[in-house]
Design a protein around this ligand. Structure first.
Ligand code: PRX
Length: 660
């Protein structure tokens, strides 16, 4: 891993602007004074166990109280709130009905073709219970893994909550992944049931999700998958296999609207979510019930400064952690109204987002820097056509935001009155770790500011020594927190290696290394500099270079492949692949296109290389390691700097320069 890889965000080093929350926002915010925030942080550092205990007790309902806040006996396999028993759906649904807000809108859903629906908390609970009972009738039991491969329709949320209701962990696979990628995840997780749809609408096209499920099952997932449940969304013709496939609406029709929540142990699995690492296949990140419930709940409450009448919208897909924590569990656990949108803005309707903000009077809006940059590119005339006065708070997530995009977001979308929360976190952290609290913390464009109360971070070098002010280093987290991942499904060794053994801080092994580089400025603000491992972020979607390389070499014509990220003004990074071909295969533009398609088939559209460069050989060290540093410079059109004396054959470099 190299620290200098993404140090190119030099412009943020110059960033000196600072913005305080408006007096009006600050006065009305839930945490509104520095004293309050400092007090929270002090409580957390003086007595972390008491701090977490008090929030776990005040914010969540438990069927049986916990005795132990944190069990570190087998660290870093930490256990939180060990003896406690709860069900996250009780906290997300039943308790709100019990306190008399069952008639409040829980979910507002907007479909891609313009259809829409609303569900109150009472209605949502009924839908969830019917789905939970339906899953039971097809044999799903507590502990069985259920895969959810769905478009952004209400049933995706019902399905997740139905699984949680009966104690069946879910594994949501983003609908943009291919059947190959789905197959790998089904087999790795040992998923017994898949919940899908006949298709999904995306950018004027129908994505054939059921067909992808069929292919995944035919090509090997039949070893694990027994049943498939299909939601009717597009009404396109699909094939249904008798005894294996069931229509959602037929299964649900006679189900009871009540289903007692399963009494879960705090450390029982809630879900697995696959994410890319720098090596090997995607890893199944495991989250458990109690700690995740608390962290998604508390972070949502703190960061989004929730009020009873807020209409909150996160534009992510439920297939990613942002959708899990901040469309489903965080908002619902807090009794908020959460908006879900099936589509994405497309060239024919670039105003789609702003139309929804206007239509539903959205007050809190949370999106990704890539989306903001795309809106910026198409000009302020589009958002200016809509009434965005309802907005009071804006958020961003998933990748570093450049100061220009941050300023545009603030001025054009927020009309200079909305604070911006730039939230840094990961699939593994379960919820946000670094973010301003909007009523208190003054923000700088491009900085995620400070860790949340209870979170302790440091920026260190490879030896674990703290780096100087404004010097880049590895971002580490020094203490466990409730929402942390518990392990990698089926691979606890990889959990240790990937996160806990890379850096030893002051001789202490149990520090979490997140994979990101960062620096802290003279005022203590944290600036995330991007991944320092071989993970590429394309439009905020995380992809391992190795995954894409494996996809490329699985093609019969490819002998070797090396994939790097190239900086892109819109998407953050794009994928550039350098490959060499098998003997007797000739390079051609048709082959390049075929290889791009092949990657889409193997992984999904998000992994499609922007550019494939075919060369006779790749630059390697004498010991045979591909020198990616050189390829990154070539892809970015930069001068090759640093030591190249270890290069086995320097003529390769000259040839590659011509081709890049
Ligand atoms: O590199 C960081 C980047 O996204 C990575 C985590 O990706 P994923 O697990 O897919 O989760 C994305 C949504 C939480 C991080 O390691 N990242 C996330 N948020 C930010 C960010 N980079 C800079 N600024 C952020 N606010």
């Amino acid at each position: 891993m190299s620290l200098d890889k993404r140090n190119s965000i030099n412009n943020i080093l110059e960033e000196k602007r600072i913005f305080h929350p408006s007096k009006k926002f600050a006065e009305n915010s839930n945490i509104s004074s520095q004293e309050e925030l400092l007090n929270l942080k002090k409580r957390a550092s003086d007595n972390p166990m008491q701090f977490w205990e008090s929030f776990a007790k005040s914010e969540l309902d438990w069927f049986k109280p916990f005795q132990t806040v944190l069990d570190s006996d087998n660290a870093p396999f930490f256990k939180w709130f060990k003896e406690g028993k709860l069900n996250i759906t009780y906290n997300c649904l039943d308790r709100h009905i019990k306190r008399g807000i069952g008639g409040k809108t829980a979910l507002i859903w907007e479909g891609e073709p313009g259809d829409s629906k609303k569900f109150t908390y009472e209605e949502l609970l009924k839908e969830v219970c019917k789905a939970a009972n339906a899953l039971k009738t097809i044999g799903v039991k507590r502990g069985d893994l259920v895969c959810i491969y769905m478009p952004m329709i209400p049933e995706a949320m019902f399905a997740m909550l139905a699984c949680a209701r009966i104690g069946a962990p879910h594994s949501v696979v983003f609908g943009g992944f291919s059947s190959e990628a789905l197959k790998d995840r089904l087999i790795d997780g040992n998923a017994k049931v898949v919940i899908t749809a006949d298709g999904g609408f995306r950018k004027d096209k129908v994505i054939e999700l059921k067909r992808a499920v069929d292919t995944a099952i035919e090509s090997g997932a039949d070893k694990v998958v027994e049943k498939v449940v299909v939601v009717q969304r597009t009404k396109k013709n699909i094939s249904m296999i008798n005894g294996r496939d069931f229509w959602w609406h037929e299964l649900l029709i006679d189900q009871k609207e009540e289903c007692e929540p399963e009494i879960m142990n705090s450390e029982d699995r809630l879900f697995i979510l696959y994410t890319s690492g720098s090596t090997g296949k995607p890893k199944g990140v495991v989250h458990t019930t109690g700690g995740y419930n608390l962290w998604s709940h508390l972070t949502f409450k703190w960061i989004f400064d929730l009020k009873d009448d807020d209409i909150y919208w996160c534009t992510a897909d439920v297939g990613w952690i942002t959708g899990h924590s901040y469309i489903v569990y965080g908002p619902l656990s807090n009794g908020a109204t959460t908006v879900m949108f099936e589509g994405v803005p497309r060239p024919s309707n670039l105003g789609a987002f702003w139309e929804i903000v206007q239509k539903y009077k959205v007050s809190i809006f949370y999106t990704a820097p890539t989306a903001i940059r795309a809106f910026m590119k198409s000009g302020r005339e589009i958002p200016d056509k809509y009434n965005l006065d309802s907005l009071r708070l804006l958020g961003t997530v998933g990748e570093p935001i450049n100061p220009e995009a941050w300023m545009w977001y603030k001025e054009v979308i927020g009309n200079n009155k909305c604070p911006i929360v730039d939230t840094w976190w990961q699939t593994e952290t379960g919820g946000v770790m670094i973010s301003p609290l909007p009523g208190v913390v003054a923000t700088k464009p491009g900085s995620a500011t400070f860790p949340l109360p209870g979170i302790e971070v440091e920026i260190v070098d490879k030896n674990g020594d703290k780096v100087q002010e404004n010097e880049g280093g590895y971002l580490i987290i020094k203490k466990p927190w409730p929402g942390m991942m518990r392990t990698i499904h089926g691979n606890s060794e990889r959990y240790l290696e990937s996160y806990w053994e890379y850096i030893s801080f002051k001789g202490e092994k149990n520090v979490y290394f997140a994979g990101d580089g960062a620096r802290i400025d003279e005022d203590g603000y944290i600036w995330i500099m991007g991944r320092v491992d071989d993970v590429i972020s394309v439009s905020g979607h995380r992809l391992g270079t190795m995954e894409i390389e494996s996809a490329l070499v699985s093609h019969k014509s490819v002998a070797e492949a090396a994939v790097v990220g190239k900086k892109d003004d819109l998407k953050g990074e794009v994928i550039v692949a350098f490959i060499s071909l098998e003997k007797d295969v000739n390079s051609s533009s048709e082959l390049v296109e075929e290889l791009k398609k092949h990657v889409v088939i193997e992984i999904g559209i998000i992994a499609k290389p922007e550019k494939i460069i075919i060369s006779d050989a790749l630059p390697k060290t004498r010991s045979g390691k591909i020198m990616r540093r050189i390829l990154r410079s070539l892809a970015g059109g930069e001068k090759i700097s640093g030591d190249i004396s270890t290069l086995e054959d320097s003529s390769v470099l000259e040839k590659l320069k011509e081709l890049s």
